[in-house]
Write a protein that binds this ligand. Sequence first.
Ligand SMILES: Nc1nc2c(ncn2[C@@H]2O[C@H](COP(=O)(O)OP(=O)(O)OP(=O)(O)O)[C@@H](O)[C@H]2O)c(=O)[nH]1
Ligand SMILES: [Mg+2]
Length: 400
Amino acid sequence: MRAQHYQVLSSLTQTGLGVIKTSPALTPAVFERAQSSAAFIVGLIKNAKFRAIVNALTSREIDKVPHNIAETLPTPGVRKTWIGCVHNLVQIQRRAVYLYERHQKTFRDLLHLPAAASHSRYFHDRAGPKMAKSKFEYVRQFEADDPCLPNCWLVVRIDGKAFHKFTDTHHYMKPNDERGLSLMTRAAQTVMSEFNEIVLSYGQSDEYSFVFHKNCKLYNRRASKIMTNVVSLFASSFTLYWPRFFNSQDLQYPPSFDGRVVLYPSDENLRDYLSWRQADCHINNLYNTCFWKLVQDKGLTPNRAADRLKGTLSSDKNELLFSEFNINYNNLPELFRKGSVLIRPKTTDGESLSSERSINNHSKGHEGKTSKKPGSIVLHTDIIGKQFWEDNPHILNSKI
Ligand SMILES: Nc1nc2c(ncn2[C@@H]2O[C@H](COP(=O)(O)OP(=O)(O)OP(=O)(O)O)[C@@H](O)[C@H]2O)c(=O)[nH]1
Ligand SMILES: [Mg+2]
């Protein structure tokens, strides 16, 4: 290990101090990857063009590395390596801090380097009492770390498990049940008030997507920790608020939701993702509206209704609704056609309302009370076109 490597690695480990509290122990495989990542980055230091970036990366400002840096790197191979390196180094930061806090070991010990260097004060001066360890402690090393890449929009999407059955059992209106959709939005608002880092949420049918700010540091960007917290809070809120929306109708069994984390490296990718979900809402709603009209009003069997709609275009379905049921699709409620968009209120200076200044304007019984948690505004509007984003530039441009 060259002195230069050591400097880079040790400054990286110091960066994490005070931020990260626990993390699984360092495994040889991760350590090896981190070593080669450091070597790669040290290679870049020699190139003046990248010195500023590497400085940012090795200081406390990993999030200030320009998000498009990968695009400026010379070849696709180097770009790929760069992304992998940032990922590996974030991992080693955490693991080194974990080791420091749990075992009072120095990062230098891990590298098998000879004694003292000036920055070792981080590891020696603050030595506390040794923690009691059992012989079983080693199993912690089997835990996998799953940090999300920095500078990417982080989307958690939750989706109801077997909601075709859940909605049937609970006699939801077909194709849309306003009570059910509003309950989903109430649960999403709870999630938004708990996690200030969410800049926008979008929901339709039995799903909700939560967009976390690309620079959010929540749980050190650990994917599982973020996703499981969101999905469990959503599910418990759904159950808690059920009676508010379904009155005397009891829940027959506990509903559950799956969750996933998806990262989007550019604003364009994020907008395309949200457009995809809203287009899905429109396509399904148009189909379902026709389908249930044919079944409920014309008495067709589900199979015959499906046959009737097979191969039809959007324009055919619009025409069918108009000519056979006198329904202008565009006049149906926007809640059903566009889904629900939750955003933070804007301040007069155009910024998102910060947690200290905000009003939680949606929890029943708390109207108008100042709260530490920011509230959210519910819209049923188009987010595919430019207009929404031009009217609300704070969503993508806010700083945290
Ligand atoms: N009647 C009614 N059903 C709804 C409503 N919202 C969602 N659903 C039902 O929920 C289903 C959601 O679709 P999916 O998520 O693809 O299917 P799922 O049954 O939940 O299955 P998995 O998500 O794979 O577990 C729809 O197909 C409908 O059956 C509603 O407002 N009214
Ligand atoms: Mg589902």
